[in-house]
Design a protein around this ligand. Structure first.
Ligand SMILES: Cc1cc2nc3c(=O)[nH]c(=O)nc-3n(C[C@H](O)[C@H](O)[C@H](O)COP(=O)(O)O)c2cc1C
Length: 415
């Protein structure tokens, strides 16, 4: 995974996995060993994980692995004695906020689609109101069999979320469809499902991230040190609150799993992508470091140096100011001001000039390309809100929290 972004949330950020009661059902496929990694990452993210091993699952992995990782008994048997206030599948089903089946075997998918309750997972799946997240893994032929496809379609139609499978090398050694998606993808989907009824549910947030690259010739560009970390963290923070997110990015960091990604390079491309994405959007967060200028005449061929050439003049032309140029009623615009001097005064000037609802000001030298940020959040007619140094993930959560009352002023007045 790329530096700066991780599906396992930063420990100082509150997120939907924290404290969530999750059932992880592991069925009988060769990818069952990957479920141990998933369990470990869910636990590290603060989730309370109850593991169910199907009969098939127990052929591949042993309960002790999951018991050690979760510090909880592993569930395998519908008919295990009920104790105290724990009523087997009924208690598991009632307490669950999310049911993940990973890997989901063809057999288990069929049973879930048919509503069979001849094992503990089947009984829990019928009893629970928790959303169902399936990560199928099997041989290419099993996956493409009409029976499996029909069962998956049935489950999707009932509201289940299905991630994968991916194409690639399968356990058999053949290439095909059927690989379990990466554990980070399952974690990201789980995070989005748990957050989906959050305060940004039904809202569309567009985020830009990374530094633009303005071409000089086919191999060189004028750019900046922006890593995109802040924009990616904002996209994740908005997803955590239930938003639909479009992330317009110049970087190749691993994006939040549920974001719609639009890849761009130049300021011009970013402007066009933003204009398209904001149709029907509620919020635009311009976290990208858009180059103020671009080479006036990018060359079609690689620029060659001559031995007697000691200097090269570079003529630049001004790029569009994306956030200032967008004026759509009902769209809440958030800007960033990376400054070296007179931080608050300069940022407040931009807030007014560009019609922003909020601006996040930070010292560019301290912040750009770094994992942390020292930021001041400025809203019209309010004193600046100076935040201490914190991770960009935490800052993203702070920014999103301050956006909520601006979106629904009546709902959250005084909150
Ligand atoms: C070595 C081996 C690997 C298997 N791998 C898979 C698999 O990746 N996916 C799958 O759907 N079934 C696989 N199967 C078949 C299942 O284990 C079998 O259908 C089992 O009944 C599934 O049980 P469960 O769904 O209750 O866990 C495999 C079987 C063997 C012997």
């Amino acid at each position: 995974m790329e530096p700066g972004v991780s599906a396992a949330p930063s420990p100082d950020v509150t997120h939907p996995l924290q404290g969530a009661r999750i059932i992880l059902a592991v069925s009988g496929g060769i990818a069952a060993y990957k479920a141990a990694d998933l369990t470990s990452k869910l636990v590290q993210s603060g989730a309370v994980v109850e593991v169910i091993l199907t009969a098939g699952g127990q052929e591949f992995v042993r309960p002790l692995t999951f018991q050690a990782l979760t510090k909880r008994a592993v569930h395998t048997d519908t008919f295990a004695p009920w104790t105290g206030t724990s009523f087997g599948h009924i208690t598991l089903a009632r307490e669950a906020e999310l049911l993940i089946v990973a890997p989901a075997s063809a057999n288990t998918i069929a049973k879930l689609a048919l509503g069979l309750a001849d094992d503990l997972l089947g009984a829990v799946a019928l009893s629970t109101e928790a959303p169902l997240l399936l990560a199928p893994a099997m041989e290419h032929g099993m996956y493409h069999h009409p029976a499996t496809q029909e069962h998956l379609a049935t489950l999707l139609q009932r509201g289940a979320t299905v991630v994968g499978p991916e194409s690639g090398r399968l356990a058999s050694g053949y290439e095909g469809d059927g690989r379990l998606v990466p554990v980070e993808t399952i974690l990201g989907r789980a995070r989005a499902l748990l957050g989906r009824d959050g305060p940004l549910a039904g809202k569309h947030v567009v985020v830009t991230a990374g530094g633009t690259r303005e071409p000089l010739d086919p191999v060189r560009f004028v750019g900046n040190r922006s890593s995109g970390t802040m924009g990616y963290a904002l996209a994740q923070a908005a997803i955590d609150c239930g938003a639909e997110v479009t992330l317009i990015t110049t970087t190749t960091l691993s994006p939040p799993v549920s974001a719609a990604i639009v890849a761009v390079e130049t300021a011009e491309q970013m402007r066009a992508a933003v204009e398209q994405a904001i149709t029907g959007a509620d919020v635009l967060i311009m976290a990208a470091a858009v180059a103020d200028f671009r080479p006036d005449q990018p060359q079609q061929r690689k620029i060659k140096k001559r031995p007697d050439q000691h200097v090269m003049d570079l003529r630049l032309t001004q790029n569009p100011d994306i956030v200032a140029s967008i004026d759509r009623p009902g769209l809440l615009k958030v800007g960033f001001a990376a400054e070296t001097d007179d931080l608050v005064a300069n940022a407040r000037g931009k807030l007014t000039a560009k019609g922003l609802a909020m601006i996040v000001a930070n010292d560019v030298v301290d912040t750009i390309g770094s994992a942390e940020s020292v930021a001041t959040i400025i809203l019209p007619d309010r004193p600046p809100d100076e935040l201490p140094r914190m991770s960009k993930q935490r800052l993203a959560a702070e920014i999103v929290a301050r956006l909520l009352p601006l979106l629904d002023p009546e709902d959250t007045n005084g909150a």
